[in-house]
Design a protein around this ligand. Structure first.
Ligand SMILES: [Zn+2]
Length: 436
């Protein structure tokens, strides 16, 4: 190889300078590039509980990232190294979780336990147990466990340490699976943008493994707070969302509210600049999951005065809601209908149960819908059988006639109580135009 001088090694890599806060284009000075890139990952710190080995590896990765300004190839190394740290974190967390003993269930009857001092003990027993058909006991489940990255990922989800369908895709990317799909030749070059995102995702994942959610994190969001809100619309197509408290104050204009239809719901409130605003709130429809986050129907429709009186009498309260890993049912009968809640589907009259039904687990209803539409395209790789879809974040639970799909949903949710809500919805819909 060519021997480079120290001065040369210290010089900024011109490729690294091409990235600036506005993307590609203008060139940054070496000084501002060094500062800008480090700021991208400055705030992703690990929580105090994280095991020492994982912490040391992660800090080394952040250090190396800073040197990307001198050597662009380091950004690609960051992405590759992140996979190893991901596995290291899982192993170290596993050792804390098992607390010196792992138990396997053989042939669904006899349990056998082993003391484990190190992770090599774990892989040794996992391999011998697998040959005998043994499964690792995690809480109330017995799961396939080979001790390798895949088995560790199954364990982390079974143990409830990580959750969410979209986050699973990011875990896939960290595990190299998505990279492999994107770069089948095995040759890829990461940009500083991709490397910084990888470090941020890795920090969030590691913190989550040790039980620390990231404030405003994007992978493992905490349950969302919901408030009581009043949705209203008029014949002119105008739509409003107000906190219930707004109705306590006298109306500004006499009779202004009368032309509007009002419904009272429990919904994620609008907060300026929050990533958790529901962009689809004005799609509300009691028959379908047309809002992005769960919105519960409480009362209506009626006039503003009636809504005010109902709120005063009932005084409903907000709550918090988990929106990840939701179960949806999608009906395909001549055309595709928007996703439904299992309880709403269970309450459908007999004559609305025709067609093929898909039971799916997804974080958002649009994810479920896009997946089912994708299964109609033979060239797309969307899963048609139960399991994780390779082409999107959805998990397929079951497909078939109505009863079969509902059974698949009940298999993961437990018995489903049917609900029959009055049919209430905004008259116009932008995101879900075909609903009837
Ligand atoms: Zn899919």
């Amino acid at each position: 190889m060519e021997i480079r001088s120290l001065t040369d090694l210290r010089a900024a890599d011109s490729l690294s300078l091409a990235f600036n806060p506005y993307g590609l284009g203008g060139r940054m000075t070496p000084e501002s590039a060094a500062e800008f890139q480090q700021r991208q990952i400055a705030d992703c710190d690990l929580t105090g509980a994280v095991a020492a080995g994982t912490r040391a590896s992660f800090e080394r990765l952040r250090t190396v990232f800073a040197y990307g300004v001198l050597c662009y190839d380091l950004y690609t190394l960051v992405g590759d190294q992140a996979l190893l740290i991901y596995e290291q974190a899982l192993r170290e967390r596993f050792m804390e979780w098992c607390d010196g003993t792992i138990t396997f269930r053989i042939n669904r009857e006899s349990d056998v336990s082993f003391p484990v001092m190190s992770y090599s003990d774990v892989t040794k027993h996992a391999a011998s147990m697998r040959r005998r058909g043994g499964k690792l006991i995690v809480a109330t489940n017995a799961v396939e466990f080979n001790g390798m990255l895949y088995g560790l990922r199954v364990w982390a989800r079974a143990a409830g340490l990580v959750y969410g369908r979209r986050s699973r895709m990011t875990e896939d990317a960290l595990a190299g699976l998505r990279n492999y799909v994107a770069h089948p030749s095995g040759h890829h070059v990461d940009t500083p943008v991709a490397a910084a995102r990888t470090i941020r995702d890795l920090a969030e994942l590691i913190n989550q493994l040790w039980g620390q959610a990231t404030p405003d994190g994007r992978l493992y969001p905490a349950p969302l707070h919901r408030d009581i809100a009043v949705l209203s619309w008029n014949d002119a197509g105008e739509a409003r969302m107000e906190p219930a408290g707004a109705l306590a104050a006298p109306d500004s204009a006499e009779g202004e509210g009368d032309e509007y239809q009002h419904v009272v719901v429990r919904a994620v409130p609008f907060v300026p600049n929050s990533r958790w605003n529901d962009d689809h709130w004005a799609e509300f429809d009691t028959r379908y999951e047309t809002t992005r986050f769960p919105t519960d129907y409480l009362w209506g429709p009626g006039t503003r005065d009636e809504a005010r009186a109902w709120l005063k009498h009932e005084n409903p309260e907000g709550d918090s809601v988990d929106f990840t890993d939701r179960v949806f049912l999608v009906q395909n009968h001549g055309r595709m209908f928007p996703p439904r809640r299992p309880a709403v589907a269970a309450g459908l009259p007999d004559d609305e149960r025709a067609g093929v039904w898909h039971a799916l687990r997804a974080d958002f209803p649009d994810d479920a819908f896009v997946h089912v539409r994708g299964t109609e395209d033979p060239s797309a790789d969307h899963a048609r059988h139960p399991g994780d879809c390779r082409a999107c974040s959805v998990e397929v639970l079951g497909t078939g006639p109505y009863d079969e799909a509902l059974r698949a949903a009940a298999a993961v949710l437990g018995p489903i109580q049917a609900v029959r809500l009055p049919s209430v919805r905004f008259p116009a819909s932008f995101f879900w135009p075909t609903r009837d």
